[in-house]
Write a protein that binds this ligand. Structure first.
Ligand SMILES: [Zn+2]
Length: 137
């Protein structure tokens, strides 16, 4: 399953050069060409799936096995203090390429790249119950 207009499918088929770190039968990992930090990589299934809801469970499991493997690799090989695992779905959430993918972004203490400390508002019990009803009803 490929989409000829998809940049990740073209990378997987080696029609576009990329810096491939790892691949197996189902998954490929390559360096992001607009990295947030050194070692910022993208993990993709070799089949073209749009997003989290579109990817079958077995391919999803394989992708996340490799995410874990790559996380250990960068932790061992790069001088870093942590990493973010990011996965965006749909435009509203910042998905730019419509081929399911996971980012691993290496982080250092005080790297000043981005913070996930977003202001949060305490919910009241009524609001939580309403949300629960929406999700479970
Ligand atoms: Zn694709």
């Amino acid at each position: 399953m490929k989409d000829d207009n998809c940049i990740f499918c073209q990378i997987i088929e080696r029609k576009i050069d990329s810096k491939i770190i790892f691949e197996n039968e189902k998954v490929m990992t390559f360096l992001d060409i607009f990295p947030i930090s050194r070692g910022h990589m993208i993990i993709v299934p070799k089949n073209h799936y749009l997003n989290l809801e579109d990817i079958p469970d077995d391919d999803l499991a394989e992708v996340f096995k490799i995410v874990k493997k790559m996380a250990k690799l960068i932790h061992e090989k790069l001088n870093l203090d942590g990493y973010n695992v990011l996965q965006n779905n749909f435009t509203a959430a910042g998905q730019v390429i419509n081929h399911f993918h996971v980012h691993i972004v290496p982080r250092s203490n005080n790297d000043n790249r981005f913070k996930l400390k977003i202001p949060r508002i305490p919910a009241n019990d009524k609001e939580l119950n309403y949300t629960l009803e929406l999700l479970k009803g």
